[in-house]
Every structure is written in C-alpha cells, then in structure tokens.
Design a binder for this molecule. Structure first.
Ligand SMILES: [Zn+2]
Length: 386
C-alpha cells in the first residue's frame, strides 16, 4: 500500500515542485484541482477532465450529503467509482458552504444545524459527522470541518472563530480513520492577523495532520492582503507537508501563491467562467459573447490543444453562446481547465528548470498586455459558491 506523503523534487526560492503520493495515484505539484462539487465537474466528462492533465479533483461534503446522500455513494462503491474518477479526490468538509447559508443555519459550539437549499429539510453537521461523511465518500483527502468568517471582521471575532475551529480540528482528527495513502488536512484560520495565523498553525501542528490548508482567504480581502498573509503563514507549516490554498484563484493569484510555497489549489473560476462565455488566455480573458468575435476564424488560443481550440473558431463559440447551445459551456469549460492545467505545468517546469523568476515575469508581462477592448477587462468579481 502506498503511504500518503509529499516529496520535493525541486525548489526555487520558496516555491516547490514535488509529488503527492496517495492511495489513488501520484500527483505532480503544484497542482490545480478542478471543482466537482456534486460529483461532476460541470459540463465535463471525466475523460475530458483527464485530457486537460488534471491529477486530482474536488468533491463537496455539503452537496453530496444532501444529494444523493453519503450512504448511497458508499453503497455504490464510493465517489471514485460513482463519478468515474479513479484518481485522488479531495473533499471539502462542508463548513464553507454551511457558513454561507446565512439565515438558513444556526451555529453552536458543537456544530451547525441548517436547512437544505434544495428542499428546506433540516440537517446537522459536526466535526465528527463531516469526517464520517468524507470517509463514506471514500475521499482520498478529507478536510477538517471549520468555520470561515467573512472578512473584514473584528480581530476578536476572528480569534474566537479560529479557536473554535481549532477545537473542532481536534475532534475531526479523533474521528478520522487513518488508512494507508489517505490523508486529512487541518485548515489554518485567523483572517489576516499574523499572530492568529501563527497560533492556528501551532494548534494544528500540535494535533498533527498529513497536510495543511490555508482557509479564510479569497473572501474579499484583496490580493495584497492575501499574499502578505501567505508570507507570514506558509513558512510556519512543516516543510514536508503539502500546503493547500483553498478557493484560489485567478492565474495571477496562483502564480503569486506558488512563489510563496503553496502546492495545491482549487477554484470555481475556470469552470464558472466557461459557462458564462469567458475564456482564459495567455493574454487575459475574452468574453466570447462580444460581437467582435462573430466573424473571427481564429481559435481562442493558438497555444491550446483543447477540443475548443483544436477544432473550433472564436466565431463558432460566439454563435453557440448567442444561441444558448449547451456545447458552448462544454467547450469553454474544457478550454479554461486546459488553460489552468497548462499554466500550472508551465510554472512547475520552471521551478524544476530553475527559471521561475524569468517565467513569472513573462507570464505577468503577457497578462498585462491590452490585447482587447477595455470593456472586457478586468475580470469581473465572482461571488462565492455555495
Ligand atoms: Zn483551448
């Protein structure tokens, strides 16, 4: 049986290239995990997801416990078989989604009671229940159930929330059933307060997890504060443990976070943008609904080997979105995930080659090019899931 571990291959400054060995295969890091919230990466077959080079995908406890139910997934052979993804799967604990329910949820020291956004039925999640559900789903990597306060918030409120999450982390760890090749990650909280982040890392490393996630960022604090929080947090995490920045982000966010030592990412941006006609390219984003693409016979990107770029024109994609044809979101999601995987492969290769500073400068210079009209820039704000 494979033991779960992260091993370094090369370093450049604080950036690391490495491998994550799991019960369900090895993933090269840094890596971007496509979001498969309800057991599907929206608009994609799993073969298409694989073809982009993705090595690990995400599932979500909150959504899967409500529908179809964790016990049903277990009875059907676990999430890997259920969704036809034999590779590693990381499941979010449900904490972020439950906390986003606002008036539909009631928080206490033991857990959260909430009403389903689907049918209003009443449910409860505790650290133990969330951990059990993730086990039932057969998640390769389970996440601790925690509270993620919206920013900005008073330091005292962030401190109290973080300390409760640390107590919950201990309960998650007790409930976790260790199996070879499987992992549970603790989630570092503490907002943008360096001393709270440090306290949170200490609490989690005292408990001891296979990996550590940085939670509570990309919730409206802005990139500068996110990066400065990473600067004071990532270096405190044990060097041999994988580091996962949750819910991030734009291509520029990913690059900056890898430079600060982060190994794993997930974000709905490439998939969600794909459903709304927005394409990521080496020179920023394109809105394919825009009339100026109507007669453009070029592919979205000449550097992309996805199905959309190898077989279709911008004009065809424009037409599909204008006609509300479902192939539009399918092709563009494929393209965007292919872009994100290509971006990560390029960054990873540059770390291994020792050329990360030059590569990063080149990426940033290209993103800064104003290749298209100002009304398509910058990338719009995207609201968080539940
Ligand atoms: Zn493409």
């Amino acid at each position: 049986m494979t033991a779960f571990r992260w091993r370094a291959q090369a370093r450049s400054g604080r950036a690391r290239a490495g491998y994550l060995d799991t019960a369900h295969g090895t993933v090269a890091t840094p890596t971007f995990m496509p979001v498969g919230t309800v057991g599907t990466v929206k608009a994609m077959t799993m073969d298409a997801v694989r073809s982009t080079g993705a090595g690990i995908v995400l599932g979500n406890t909150y959504h899967l416990m409500l529908r179809p139910g964790a016990e049903r997934v277990r009875a059907l052979g676990g999430l890997h078989r259920f969704m036809d993804w034999p590779g590693p799967i990381l499941t979010d604990s449900g904490g972020f989604q439950v906390m986003s329910l606002g008036p539909l949820r009631k928080l206490d020291a033991d857990g959260v009671t909430f009403r389903s956004h689907i049918d209003g039925s009443k449910h409860r999640l505790t650290p133990e229940r969330s951990t059990d559900i993730q086990h039932a789903l057969d998640a390769t990597i389970s996440m601790c159930f925690d509270e993620c306060p919206a920013l900005p918030a008073p330091a005292e409120a962030i401190a109290q929330s973080m300390r409760m999450s640390m107590r919950w982390a201990e309960r998650c760890r007790t409930a976790f059933v260790a199996r070879p090749g499987y992992a549970q990650y603790g989630i570092i909280q503490g907002g943008t307060e360096p001393q709270l982040r440090a306290e949170s890392v200490r609490a989690l490393t005292d408990i001891g997890f296979e990996g550590y996630a940085i939670g509570g960022l990309a919730v409206g604090e802005g990139q500068e504060l996110m990066f400065s929080t990473l600067d004071v947090t990532v270096g405190l995490i044990p060097d041999d443990a994988p580091r996962y920045l949750m819910g991030v982000g734009t291509p520029d966010d990913l690059l900056g976070a890898v430079e600060r030592g982060v190994d794993m990412f997930d974000c709905v941006m490439p998939t969600r943008a794909g459903r709304t006609a927005r394409a990521y390219t080496e020179r920023g984003t394109l809105n394919l609904r825009n009339a100026r693409h109507a007669t453009d016979s070029r592919p979205i990107s000449p550097h992309c080997d996805c199905l959309a770029c190898s077989r279709h024109s911008r004009a065809y994609l424009h037409h599909l979105f204008r006609a509300n044809e479902m192939l539009g979101p399918m092709l563009l999601t494929w393209h965007n995930l292919a872009y994100y995987q290509r971006l990560m492969r390029g960054i990873r290769a540059a770390i291994v080659d020792g050329t990360l500073p030059e590569h990063a400068a080149c990426l940033r210079a290209q993103w800064a090019m104003e290749d298209w009209s100002p009304d398509e820039m910058p990338f719009p704000d995207i609201p968080p899931v539940p």
